[in-house]
Design a protein around this ligand. Structure first.
Ligand code: ADP
Ligand code: MG
Ligand code: MG
Length: 886
């Protein structure tokens, strides 16, 4: 019989500790903390395997589970000395969800379960604190009604607000035992009214209801959205944790809090967190009262008055700090912790590897390697390559004018500008229409996830550094300012008010997640400064990686940026971009519209010096590094004039009538230009175009070699080859021109000729093609289009749905379709190398900057990947991680 229940705490263990696949993240870490002697309230975990079985069996529980749960409860009763449902001295439990990976706010938790009209009296007597007992009962009904019974939680909150207002209170801690008793009666009335049945009094009914709700929440809409955004498979399931309650709401010597062992925003080695005296669980993150700082230093730095935990509860704080250190040493990573103090006794309720900003991830990884806690290779593996993106982008220009509206908490760094929007749906809609938006909310909840994802930045009026908005924004890499208390949102008027000023929906706002400032209008930005930590990690990554990293660049400015980021060459220089320049386009059009070779040659002669100058500049910047230059690729019609004035310009330059040109332009029309007269087909039909380009390349290379001594290494790339014969013809053209130029100049130069592999036929016939090619560069954009038969420009309409329905795991234009396109790449690599063992292999499609695709490239042992300039560091790190994983 499969075991589903695993006990922990009180010196008992059923194993499974650290096995998050079995027990979920929360459960496995609770078991692990208990096993290393930390104070954990006793409990048990129902494994994730039960979640799948629950759904398989039509949302029902097998009898065996009921027996196992009874044994689990007996364990808790034995350790605590209390009995579940005992009217005199009741055991209360929490029912907590916990999937393999933490899904913040996605799954619901019920606290204080086991209270009913009888047991609440027992709790009042044994605790000697009736206020506490009734506070716990009203919390329980409120949560149970929301999470398990799915009733309107707004009406419960309203009742609480009214209860406070009626009595002239602002804080819920001001409510007395009798006030709370009345509130409980009201709550029960609400349940009766909305559910049509009285609030369940049987403690076992309560328990099974809650367990079912946890499993049920795995299939809730918001959990599904989160899974989709984070690539979490639906079949993982969640575990359920049932654990003895400990109480932070037992008066002034009790408290609850959340903490990080290091600063999750900046990465500094300082305890970081918030706590609330006389409060329970959710209160800290819910922003009901403003939480207090954990350390005296953080309080002083913030200029806050209420005592920090270090000051208010020095002894327990000392114990907590010791636990932080134990946990960091044990897990060898920064931890995110939940704790509760019950009448001066510390209890640990959760630990997990803490979410952090990219900046903090970098600093923590480098610091931990330097502290000797982890190795340099581990440090390299610790930083999410994709998240590095956040560090490589601009921040607010410190000199730019700022019209500061207000200041909140610097919850997630980075700067963002966009139109203010006040709800998640609007954020999603306007962003889908191409507008940059800032989502402004009083506070966010899991229902807002899609809007937070669509927004450039997030601004909230309430909530601290560990509020939902802050945690989720940091995880998503979105700038966030939270707790900007001065602002209020009028959802009806679609207006936000702050300090006597009004901002209408759609007005531009800028937020600075590093300072907490909120500004009107959009503020200028500056390039990032890459700190010492970044340099150190990149150095370690470079030591660990095998593949080279090149850039896709065609302007000297891009080349310079890319080299600054560590590019080791150019993997793709698209020559056609140079043709669009206003000064040249007329000559380009004259060339295209010429009716014969002589006409084309006249126009090409005008372009030659221009292209030569372009290449010379690029070769200079690249200073002797290899540069792959692709000969003309796009369909010619992309360059055609459309305006009358443009036709007139070309007519004058070519000395031909406008009517003749128009007729010629019409002839060039293609039904499906992406599969038309483009790529090497241009070179086959009009070899003079490739001749001109080859000449420009070799002349420029010799110019630079003579001037600087850093001889460029041109790699001339023939696009869209399907057959070996195409490549052979084009290679002959390039080689002939090279010989001519070398003879004219009396100097030779090393160069390569190769091809893009971007058609399935080319991949399959790579063995033949490699006879003529000295390198292959996988053009995975076109290879994806031609393999899948999907046009990248028309895919938006259905691709989202395809990913949603799991037809492709991710957008195949973003992350390589390893199964299909990847198989063609590995076939081509294998067959190419069989012909020519020293064949140089690289990738130059968009995928060259995507960590998952880079991992694949390491698997087929490409020599290099090539990415856009800003993604070069991401590619360096991802290439190192790919090498280390093998
Ligand atoms: P989440 O995953 O949303 O953080 P948790 O299961 O961790 O949900 O619980 C929500 C809150 O309730 C947390 O603050 C947690 O510390 C608190 N909590 C959970 N179980 C207990 C318990 N047995 N005693 C006291 N507080 C608890
Ligand atoms: Mg938690
Ligand atoms: Mg292509």
């Amino acid at each position: 019989m499969t075991q589903y229940v695993y006990r922990f705490g009180g010196g008992v263990s059923d194993g499974g500790r650290g096995d998050r696949n079995l027990l979920g993240g929360k459960g496995s870490n609770l078991a692990e903390m208990a096993s290393i002697g930390l104070p954990v309230p006793p409990g048990f975990t129902i494994s994730t395997a039960m979640c799948a079985r629950y759904y398989d069996e039509g949302e029902a529980f097998p009898d065996s589970l009921r027996q196992e749960v009874a044994q689990g409860l007996a364990h808790i009763e034995q350790v605590t000395g209390k009995r579940f449902g005992d009217p005199a001295d009741p055991l209360l439990v929490s029912v907590r969800s916990g999937a393999r990976v933490s899904m913040p706010g996605m799954m619901d938790t019920v606290l204080n379960l086991g209270l009913n009209d009888e047991t609440v009296e027992g709790l009042a007597t044994t605790s000697g604190d009736p206020r506490f007992a009734w506070d716990s009962y009203r919390r329980f009904i409120q949560m149970y009604a929301d999470v398990v019974l799915d009733l309107d939680h707004g009406s419960f909150e309203e009742a609480l607000e009214v209860a406070k207002e009626d009595r002239g209170f602002t804080l819920d801690t001001e409510l007395s035992a009798d006030d709370l008793r009345e509130l409980v009666a009201e709550y029960k009335g609400l349940v009766d009214q909305q559910w049509g049945r009285p609030f369940p009094q049987g403690v076992h009914d309560q328990l099974w209801g809650a367990v079912g709700a946890v499993f049920g929440s795995w299939q809730s809409d918001r959990a599904k959205v989160y899974r989709r955004l984070n690539d979490i498979p639906a079949d993982w399931g969640t575990a359920v944790n049932i654990q003895a309650m400990v109480f932070g709401n037992m008066g002034e010597t009790s408290a609850t809090g959340v903490a990080f062992t290091r600063d999750p925003a900046k990465g500094d080695r300082a305890y970081y967190g918030e706590f609330l005296i006389n409060a329970q669980g959710e209160d800290v993150v819910a922003g009901i009262r403003t939480p207090q700082y954990l350390t005296a230093k953080a309080r002083a730095d913030a200029g806050a008055k209420p005592a920090s935990m270090e000051e208010a509860m020095p002894e327990v704080y000392g114990e907590l700090a010791a636990v932080f250190d134990t946990l960091e040493r044990h897990y060898r990573d920064m931890q995110d912790i939940e704790f509760t103090v019950e009448r001066g006794t510390l209890w640990m309720l959760q630990t997990r590897s803490g979410k952090r900003t990219a900046k903090a991830a970098l600093k923590i990884a480098v610091d931990m390697a330097e502290e000797g806690l982890i190795t340099r290779d581990e440090a390299v593996l610790r930083v999410d390559a994709q998240a590095l993106d956040q560090l490589l982008h601009p921040t607010l220009d410190p000199k730019a004018h700022r019209d500061v509206l207000t200041k909140g908490l610097p919850a997630s760094p980075g700067a963002a500008s966009g139109a203010a929007v006040f709800d998640a749906d609007t954020a999603e809609k306007r962003s889908a229409a191409g507008e940059a938006v800032i989502l402004v909310r009083t506070e966010t909840s899991p229902e807002d996830i899609h809007g937070m994802h669509a927004a450039r930045g997030i601004l909230t009026a309430r909530g601290g550094m560990t509020s939902h908005a802050a945690v989720v924004a940091r995880g998503m890499g979105r700038p966030c300012v939270s707790g900007a208390g001065a602002l209020s949102i009028d959802l009806k008027a679609r207006i936000m008010r702050v300090g006597g000023r009004e901002v209408a929906e759609g007005d531009l706002l800028t937020i600075d997640g590093a300072s907490g400032e909120v500004m009107l209008g959009s503020v200028a930005t500056v390039e990032p400064e890459l700190s010492g930590d970044f340099g150190a990690l990149m150095e370690w990554a470079d030591a660990a990686r095998r593949m080279k990293v090149r850039c896709n660049a065609e302007t000297p400015a891009d080349c310079r940026t890319a080299r600054g980021f560590g590019a080791e060459g150019i993997g793709l220089c698209r020559t056609e971009h140079m043709f669009f320049d206003a000064a040249r386009i007329t000559a380009v059009r004259q060339m295209i519209l010429a009716s014969d070779e002589a006409g084309r040659r006249t126009a090409l002669a005008k372009l030659l010096p221009e292209q030569r100058a372009d290449f010379a500049e690029i070769f200079e910047v690249m200073a002797g590094l290899p540069c792959t230059i692709r000969l003309l690729d796009p369909p010619l019609h992309e360059f055609l004039p459309t305006e009358e004035a443009d036709f007139a310009d070309v007519a004058e330059a070519a000395g031909v009538a406008v009517e003749v040109l128009k007729r010629r332009a019409a002839e060039l029309h293609e039904f499906n230009p992406m599969l038309g007269h483009r790529g090497c087909r241009l070179g086959v039909t009009y070899p003079e175009i490739y001749e001109m380009q080859a000449r420009a390349i070799f002349e420029a290379a010799l110019d630079v070699a003579e001037k600087s001594g850093d001889a460029p290494i041109p790699e001339v790339m023939i696009p869209l080859v399907a057959t070996a014969r195409e490549l052979d013809l084009m290679k002959a053209v390039v080689d002939r021109v090279a010989e001519q130029v070398f003879t004219e100049r009396g100097r030779r130069l090393e160069y390569l000729v190769g091809t893009m592999i971007e058609l399935p036929r080319a991949a399959l016939r790579a063995g033949d093609i490699a006879h003529g090619a000295e390198f292959f560069s996988f053009g995975t954009n076109d290879l994806t289009q031609t393999t899948l038969g999907v046009s990248r420009d028309d895919a938006a309409r259905f691709l989202g749905e395809y990913v949603e329905q799991g037809i492709y795991a991710r957008d195949p234009f973003v992350s390589l379709d390893v199964e299909g396109v990847g198989e063609l790449v590995s076939i081509a690599a294998e067959r190419g190398r069989a012909t020519r063992p020293d064949l140089k292999l690289g990738i130059c499609g968009e995928h060259g900057g995507d960590p998952a695709s880079i991992d694949f490239c390491e698997g087929v042992r490409l020599d290099y990947v090539s990415a856009s300039p800003y993604r070069v560091p991401i590619a360096r790190l991802a290439a190192a991680q790919a090498a280390l994983r093998r």
